[in-house]
Write a protein that binds this ligand. Structure first.
Ligand code: C2O
Ligand code: CU
Ligand code: CU
Length: 399
C-alpha cells in the first residue's frame, strides 16, 4: 500500500536502469530496455506497492548488457509485507533468512570475471564459486526450531536443485508472487534463474551441535549442468530453543483462472535454435540471435504481441524440440501455471501459487494463464541472462 520513491543515479560509465522483478509497477517505471539512464544521469523510480506480499528483486535491464551487469553485482532482493501475511505468524526477524544464491567466476585477483565464450552464450554463464548474499562458503548458526528461508536464484544461468544434505523434507509455502494456497512438503526443489522459493525448514529435527547443508542435488534433463551435487550454505545447529509456531492450514486464497475465461491462446516456440551462420552471417555476427522466440530476436521498437487490457489469456511456451532449459519470465503481471506436458509432466509444488518466471525444460510445453491488468509496453524473455542478451526476448503491449 505504500508509495515509494527510489532516487537512482547511474555511477557507471555505461547505460543502465532498474527493473523491479516481481513488482507490478506502471510500464514507465518498469525498467524496459528502452528506458535507459545514461552514465552520470539520474532517475526517480516512483510507484505504489499494490499487490500481495512477496519476495521481489531488482536488477538492470540494458539490452545485451544485463548478463554482465547482474553477474558483476547489480542485483538485490527486497520483501513486500502485508498485514494478512503478518497475521499468519510465520517465523520472522532472526528466524527469517533472505538468501540470494548466485555463482561467480573470479580471476586470480579475486575480481568477478564476465567474459562468456560462444559456448557460454549457448548454455548460460556459470561460475565455480557459489555465493549466498555475496559470501562464499557461507555458514549460518541456527537454533532448534522452525526457520523461514526466502530464496532467490539470482544467477545468470545456473539452476539449483535445493535440498537438505541429510535428505530431510522441508515445506514450500510461497513462490514468486507470494504465498501458496497451502503448504507443500518436498525433499527437493529445482529453482531456475529469476525464480523465488519461500521455504520452512524445521531444525528441531536436527541434533544439537550438528551441521546440515542447503545443497544442490544433481538433476537430469539438461546436458550443460546438473551432474554434480554441491553445497550452498552450512547451517550449524548450536542452541536449543522451542518455538510455538503452528503451521497454518491455509496460507493464501488464490482464485484459479479458468481456461474457459481466456479469450486468446498464444503459442511461443522456444525450442528452435538458429544455426550459426544462418542468414548469411559469418564469424562473430553469427553469435547474435541463436536463441529465439517464434524465430525472432529482440527488437526494441517492434511490438510483437498486442494484448487487450484486462483480458485473460493462455500463453504456451513450447520447448518440445529444444535441448536447453528456459526460465520464461513476463513483466507486468503474475500468472498461474495451468499445465505442463512432456518432460516433468506436471505442475510442481512451488508452481501452485502466482509466478512471474516458469522453468520450461527441454521437451516440455508449459501453459500459463494470466489477466493483463497493467497498461503499456513490457517485455517477456528467457531469464537465462545470456539467452536474454542474445535476443530471446519480445515486446508485448497491453492497451
Ligand atoms: Cu528479472 Cu526482465 O527480468
Ligand atoms: Cu522481471
Ligand atoms: Cu533460455
Amino acid at each position: 500500500g505504500s508509495t515509494v520513491t527510489i532516487p537512482f543515479t547511474n555511477g557507471l560509465s555505461e547505460e543502465t536502469n532498474i527493473h523491479w522483478h516481481g513488482l507490478l509497477v506502471p510500464a514507465a517505471m518498469d525498467g524496459h530496455p528502452s528506458q535507459m539512464v545514461t552514465a552520470g544521469q539520474s532517475f526517480n523510480y516512483t510507484f505504489k506497492i499494490d499487490q500481495a506480499a512477496n519476495m521481489a528483486w531488482y536488477h538492470p535491464h540494458p539490452h545485451e548488457k544485463t548478463g554482465k551487469q547482474v553477474f558483476t553485482g547489480l542485483a538485490g532482493m527486497f520483501i513486500v509485507e502485508s498485514p494478512e501475511e503478518k497475521a499468519l505468524n510465520l517465523p520472522s526477524d532472526a528466524y527469517e533468512l533472505p538468501l540470494v544464491i548466485q555463482d561467480k567466476r573470479l580471476d586470480t585477483t579475486g575480481a568477478i570475471m564476465y567474459s562468456p565464450t560462444l559456448e557460454e552464450v549457448m548454455i548460460g554463464y556459470m561460475g565455480e564459486t557459489i555465493t549466498v548474499n555475496g559470501v562464499s562458503s557461507p555458514f549460518q548458526p541456527v537454533t532448534t526450531r522452525m526457520y523461514r528461508l526466502r530464496v532467490l536464484n539470482g544467477s545468470n544461468g545456473r539452476m539449483y536443485n535445493l535440498a537438505l544434505s541429510n535428505g530431510n523434507s522441508f515445506m514450500v509455502i510461497g513462490s514468486d508472487g507470494g504465498l501458496l494456497p497451502v503448504p507443500e512438503t518436498v525433499t527437493s526443489l529445482l529453482l531456475a534463474p529469476g525464480e523465488r522459493a519461500d521455504l520452512l525448514v524445521d531444525f528441531s529435527k536436527i541434533a544439537l551441535n550438528s551441521e546440515v547443508y542447503l545443497q544442490s542435488n544433481s538433476f537430469s534433463g539438461v546436458s550443460s549442468q546438473g551432474s554434480q551435487t554441491f553445497k550452498i550454505l552450512k547451517f550449524m545447529v548450536n542452541k536449543t530453543e522451542t518455538d510455538t509456531f503452528k503451521m497454518p492450514t491455509s496460507l493464501n486464497s488464490i482464485t484459479p483462472l479458468s481456461t474457459a475465461s481466456a479469450t486468446k491462446t498464444r503459442t511461443f516456440d522456444i525450442g528452435v535454435m538458429m544455426n550459426m551462420g544462418s542468414g548469411g552471417h559469418g564469424g562473430t555476427m553469427a553469435m547474435k540471435g541463436m536463441h529465439t522466440i517464434n524465430g525472432k530476436i529482440f527488437n526494441m521498437d517492434r511490438i510483437d504481441e498486442s494484448v487487450a487490457l484486462n483480458s485473460t489469456e493462455i500463453w504456451e511456451f513450447d520447448n518440445t524440440n529444444g535441448d536447453e532449459p528456459h526460465p520464461m519470465h513476463l513483466h507486468g503481471t503474475f500468472f498461474q501455471v495451468s499445465s505442463r506436458t512432456g518432460g516433468r509432466g506436471n505442475i510442481l509444488s512451488h508452481e501452485k501459487g502466482l509466478k512471474d518466471t516458469v522453468l520450461v525444460m527441454p521437451g516440455e510445453k508449459v501453459r500459463i494463464i494470466t489477466k493483463f491488468e497493467k497498461v503499456g509496453k513490457f517485455v517477456f524473455h528467457c531469464h537465462n541472462l545470456e539467452h536474454e542478451d542474445d535476443g530471446m526476448m519480445l515486446n508485448f503491449e497491453v492497451k
